[in-house]
Design a protein around this ligand. Structure first.
Ligand code: C2E
Ligand code: CA
Ligand code: CA
Length: 747
């Protein structure tokens, strides 16, 4: 196939004037010089005229031959200074001057001096004539024959030299490890080979096709020289010069060489389907003349080899940038793309996404299938974000998306697109898996220009979502980072043994709204430092969640709360104990055993317990949560949704959940007397709950007015400072002894 470029091409119209053939006349008879001059006057061979050089002795000839290295033919008189002057000149030319190219024609005036055939062979002599019989025609025929011989040996010599050169360049061409570098090396060597600057284009894929899909639109100019330098990086299809573009395109499409008057396009074809072309801005004739067809052929096959090898090497390097599970970018690839784009785009948005309850999916369907789920997830993300600069898998179930523009609208747009994209479950054989993605956002607008840092910011935002479990996305805010540091500090307070933080429990009463008798106590953790100060409970719980200590603390809380509660005297048997469960606790298997151990040790029946869970727990609707709650309810415990209204307050889902009631978040209760909206929310929550036969607790009741309002709305239970702050066990006993009588008015 590579040989096809030898096919005749259109004739070269503007052939440059070429240097004449140099012909040396060596003769001691000046007349011979004159006669020869007249005989060859006006002769042209292959578009080149003749230039005669004259030597009147063998010695003069030696001087000339040393100076002029490109003498094509020498006509040498045998007898000059001596009988053998001509023969020794010939011997000198071949042996001492080491010139094997100049063609030699011996001439003699004396037939008796004809040399032996072995001399003719030994000195590579092209002809032997007697001056007497040298007619013009015979002379010219002899010269032309010799010129043909000269041309042949010279082209063989060029080939030999170029091949040697090629051999030396071969490793340089093949040893490159980046295609662009490879391409420029090829062009430098090609100019060397031609022996003069050439306008060249090397076109090819700048990366190996991912899935072996070859698309010509991916073929670009990898390197260019001379007049073409401005075309570097252009896709072949947009090269502005029509003849060059179509010449290259045609060569690539047919994988055959293609010549136009001013240039030649030679195909680079590799075994693995990479295609490219070397376009040379000179006519085929000139190219063959300067380089030799064999050499061009070899050169091109070497280039194809180097192209393939370099492409493969680059592909292997690319493996570092392509995630094998999903086919998306790797984290390293993401960072590279980020850096490439950081300078050129006004603002960038990093989205860090993870799959909620991914661990549950893995447990349920196994690692192999979970890998397939990730792959589908990646595919959906790619389809959803064709505008992404890159999409990467960071680790496990975590994805990164890099987008242009980072304002609030963009964030909302991303959230909506993701929600829509994952509406449909992923179907894997018999399994239908509905995925929910949680998203953390960070933009480089003010904070950072650095990929790693921005990804960390987005992760902090994602962590915030994970912990709170209230929404499916969050945008990074510097306060989140502070909170993250704070959690770290608090977690170390929880663990450090030398500086043991003391755990204790306070209890806050929950009252029947109707008669204001005690309905329950909510157990609330307290953390006391050795110096005696109490740490903020909500933040400590958050830190315990984040660090994974929550299960440990939860087990301690069940054990102590259940036994303290079962030992409280003077309580009627239907007063219950409320305990809080955080999302992370629910996800562990140990919670069943922790609860069972604590109730059997405290000899407390399960139907005395109420478990408070947050809305975020239900976001993913996963089996692990649902089975725990069902188990608790089957054993007689009640389950209520805590902080209701702060998260995903979709009423429609309430009906399907295994819960007995809701606790309206205290922010609504505290605001409802001044804020009409808050009141409206409270009213509608109560209406829906009542319709679904769910109990309603109002928390954060601080004033008589709030109490009144909630009573008027037929709320079931009231909790808040209006009745009591959370109390230590001792203070609680005092409270019980005073307040146990139904109907006793508060406030
Ligand atoms: P929560 O479950 O919403 O608990 C009620 C919080 O509101 C308590 O804060 C309580 O002191 C406070 N509170 C009660 N009535 C009023 C009121 O009238 N006005 C105001 N302003 N606040 C009131 P605390 O004890 O700091 O607990 C904070 C959070 O920590 C709890 O919120 C709960 O989510 C979590 N928590 C506490 N103990 C535990 C536990 O043992 N396990 C788990 N998982 N979480 C716990
Ligand atoms: Ca609670
Ligand atoms: Ca609450």
């Amino acid at each position: 196939m590579v040989m096809d470029f030898l096919a005749p091409s259109e004739p070269d119209i503007k052939t440059p004037r070429k240097a004449p053939w140099k012909i040396l006349i060596v003769d001691d008879d000046p007349d011979v010089h004159e006669v020869t001059k007249i005989a060859v006057a006006g002769c042209v061979f292959e578009n080149r005229s003749f230039e005669l050089l004259h030597a009147l002795s063998a010695q003069e000839a030696r001087d000339l031959l040393q100076k002029e290295t490109d003498i094509a033919v020498a006509l040498v008189d045998v007898v000059m200074e001596s009988d053998t002057a001509g023969l020794s000149l010939v011997s000198w030319i071949r042996s001492e001057l080491n010139n094997h190219f100049t063609r030699l024609i011996l001439r003699t005036g004396q037939p008796g001096y004809a040399p032996q055939t072995d001399v003719i062979m030994k000195f590579d002599i092209d002809g032997y004539t007697e001056k007497a019989e040298l007619s013009r025609t015979k002379l010219i025929t002899a010269i032309i024959t010799a010129l043909r011989g000269y041309k042949l040996v010279m082209s063989l010599e060029t080939n030999r030299k170029k091949l040697q050169q090629l051999n030396e360049q071969f490793s340089a061409i093949v040893e490159k490890n980046a295609l662009s570098e490879f391409a420029s090396t090829v062009l430098v060597h090609f100019s060397d080979l031609v022996g003069q600057p050439v306008d060249c284009l090397l076109c090819g894929l700048d990366t190996m096709p991912d899935y072996g899909v070859l698309d010509r639109s991916n073929i670009r100019v990898l390197a260019a020289t001379g007049n073409f330098e401005d075309k570097v990086d252009l896709p072949v299809d947009v090269i502005s010069d029509d003849t060059i573009r179509s010449c290259v395109a045609r060569c690539i499409d047919t994988q055959e060489s293609y010549a136009i008057g001013t240039g030649v396009s030679l195909p680079l074809v590799t075994r693995n389907g990479m295609t490219g072309a070397l376009y040379i801005g000179m006519s085929m004739d000139t190219l063959e003349e300067l380089v030799g067809s064999e050499v061009v052929k070899l050169f091109v096959s070497n280039v194809a080899l180097g192209y393939e090898k370099t492409g493969l090497l680059e592909h292997i390097r690319n493996l570092a940038y392509v995630d094998r599970v999903t086919g998306l970018s790797t984290y390293s690839g993401f960072v590279e793309t980020f850096q490439r784009n950081a300078a050129s785009h006004a603002s960038l948005l990093v989205v860090h996404a993870d799959v909620q309850r991914y661990r549950v999916i893995v447990d349920g369907i196994g690692d192999e299938k979970a890998g397939a789920v990730l792959k589908r997830t990646g595919h959906r993300l790619s389809q959803t974000f064709p505008d992404a600069l890159t999409i990467a898998r960071k680790e496990r179930d975590e994805f990164l998306i890099l987008l242009k523009g980072g304002d609030a609208n963009k964030v909302q747009d991303v959230v909506t697109r993701i929600e829509e994209a994952f509406q449909e479950p992923i179907t894997l054989e018999d399994n239908q898996i509905t995925l929910r993605l949680r998203l953390g956002f960070a933009s480089d607008e003010s904070d950072s220009q650095n990929a790693e840092e921005l990804v960390r910011f987005a992760s902090i935002a994602l962590n915030d979502v994970r912990q709170k479990g209230l929404t499916n996305h969050a945008v990074f805010h510097p306060l989140m980072q502070e909170a993250a540091f704070e959690r770290l500090r608090l977690a170390s307070l929880l663990t450090s043994t030398s500086n043991q933080t003391e755990f204790s429990l306070h209890y806050q009463p929950v009252m029947h709204a109707k008669d204001e008798s005690i309905a329950a106590f909510e157990a609330l953790m307290r953390f006391r430092t050795p110096s005696g100060t109490f740490l903020n409970t909500a933040r400590m719980i958050e830190a315990a969640e984040a660090s994974g200590l929550i299960s440990e603390i939860g087990a301690w809380m069940f054990k102590n709360a259940f036994s303290q509660f079962s030992r409280m005297s003077g309580l009627s048997g239907d007063v219950r104990l409320n305990v809080n469960l955080s999302p992370r606790q629910v996800q562990t298997n140990r919670i069943y055993k922790d609860i069972e151990d604590a109730i059997s040790e405290a000899e407390l029946p399960m139907d005395r317990l109420v478990f408070e869970v947050t809305e975020g727990l239900f976001l993913s609707n996963d089996q692990v949560t649902l089975s725990l709650l069902t188990w608790l309810r089957n054993k007689g415990a009640k389950v209520v949704i805590d902080d209701f209204g702060t998260g995903y307050s979709s009423f429609s889902y309430l009906r399907k959940l295994p819960v007995d009631g809701i606790k309206i978040d205290r922010s609504f209760i505290m605001n409802m007397d001044q804020d009409a909206d808050a009141l409206a929310v409270v009213k509608s929550i109560i209406a829906v709950a009542q319709a679904l036969d769910l109990s309603v607790t109002a928390e954060g009741v601080e004033t008589a007015a709030q109490r009144q309002l909630m009573q008027d709305l037929h709320c079931d239970y009231l909790q808040g400072y209006f009745y009591s702050k959370p109390l230590s066990v001792d203070d609680l006993n005092t409270f019980i002894s005073k307040a146990v009588v139904p109907g006793v008015a508060f406030g």
